[in-house]
Design a protein around this ligand. Sequence first.
Ligand code: OOB
Length: 582
Amino acid sequence: MSTPTRPGSGPNLSAPVPPAASASARVTYTAPVADPAALAPTWPDEFAERYRAAGHWRGETFGRMLRERAVRHGDRIAIVDPATDIRWTYAELDERADRLAAGLLGLGIRKGDRVVVQLPNIAAFFEVVFALFRVGALPVFALPAHRYSEIRHFCAFTEAVAYVVPDAADGFDHRELADRIRAEVPTLRHVIVAGDDPGRHLRLADLPTEPVALTDEPRPDDLAFLQLSGGSTGVPKLIPRTHDDYLYSLRGSADICALDEDSVYLCALPAAHNFPLSSPGSLGTLYAGGRVVLAARPAPESAFPLIEREGVTLTGLVPPLALLWLDAAEHTSYDLSSLEILLVGGARFSEQAARRVTPTLGCALQQVFGMAEGLVNYTRLDDPEELVVTTQGRPISPHDEIRVVDDEDRDLPPGEVGHLLTRGPYTIRGYWNAPEHNATAFTTDGFYRTGDVVRRTATGHLVVEGRAKDQINRGGEKVAAEEIENHLLAHPAIHDAAVVSMPDPYLGERTCAYVVPREGVAPPRAVEVKRFVRARGLAEYKVPDRVEFVTAFPVTGIGKVSKKDLRAAITEHLKQLERDSN
Ligand code: OOB
């Protein structure tokens, strides 16, 4: 691991912050106080210098980016939240972020503090996130599906001072969960509720909004937020992203997708996930001065009317949703003709489905192979069709370094299948506060071991051939086997557990938990095992889809559980069931 260092200030730091049109509450920036990034390994100086010299890191911050857009596009619409009829202009979003930044400061939230943000696709997500960016407090991006187990970990591990939630969403009362978390996590001083009924907590709309002097403007090389890793370990790792590095990935993505101020992005996936956030996503669209339309749900029934009404020009979907859209588009009465680009990523998109996109939706397809740790690959708008439908794209940056290696980290000849390692201007050099894990997740010279198995074409495009990490990719939602195994092992009647993927025609993969019951006690039933995991407070997508009981696991030559054999066994078993049912 390279020595963590703090690179010097970016070139634009002394530039004055311009006032936004029609803003009344203004936060004034003064001198810096603390370094919040001590737990995040960062780029060695020589790399930071290289990325600055190349113009990738431009000394921008999110706070200034929004301010600058508000000056340039003040009256243009930035955010549309159809559920509440909200249409905020750039000037309004900028002013709201400033007012809320004042409110957060009033609560004692400071630069470097961590704030777990768990909001659905509502306008308040952007108000909250930009207010935190302005203060320099770090949003920790939880997903709406996360429950007690995940949220408790994020709050406790990051020593979060605040947790931002909706009152209720999808039939789940977030205020109750927040009560419980607050009682258990001593650092958590505030729960802020974006909704009408805050219960015992603070209502977002009631926070004080008088201008307060900000004591410390975040610097471009400061951390902007902590993103979640899909992970393959017992608990999800946190990904520290800086203003400079993330803004570069947005700018690169916006260029590759040819975004401009007329772009209208439909945010259909959960807004906090890296793909809809930045590839090019909502933030890339705001970077380009375009418009973000929030879809409460990604299904065609709710998304298609929005495309027609708002003139949506692009969106991003995971493969199972893309399939639903393709089927629905064949007989829809909605006018989808404004759609120019469909981005599909998060999991492997089949060539067969990829070929249907342009004929069915009348728009271009861009495949995206990205990761919250950094590297994002896109097929380009001018790539030949064969590359668009058969590859997962090539990196954003000329400074993205790609290695395809064998099990001993030896570089493989072009075209061979191997492990993907990467290093570059927007790929992290280490997870947040995880030195032990970092020692194996990165090479000594700073390459991230993605856990993906790929092949590189002569054109530099990557084809995802498989995965070496112990993770199930459930239609783009990542499930770390070990995390679920740990929950299963807490069951009194379970002796051992191994979670593997099984093929699924819709999601690509689902989860199968192989379980060895404890001797001498009555084995549980599958449904009871699922209920047990669910009751431990886990996101629903992590509850095993199937539970199989065995007396022992197959083992490899060195005595480890052979997940390969378990995957083969469940695949064969499912095939047999299918044959039997025909
Ligand atoms: C995106 O980010 P994460 O962090 O949820 O998951 C990253 C992992 C990759 O390492 C790979 O295993 C898988 O998801 N993946 C794909 C893929 N895109 C991601 N596998 C096959 N084909 C693809 N097109 O999933 C993510 C982040 C930014 C943009 C797009 C996706």
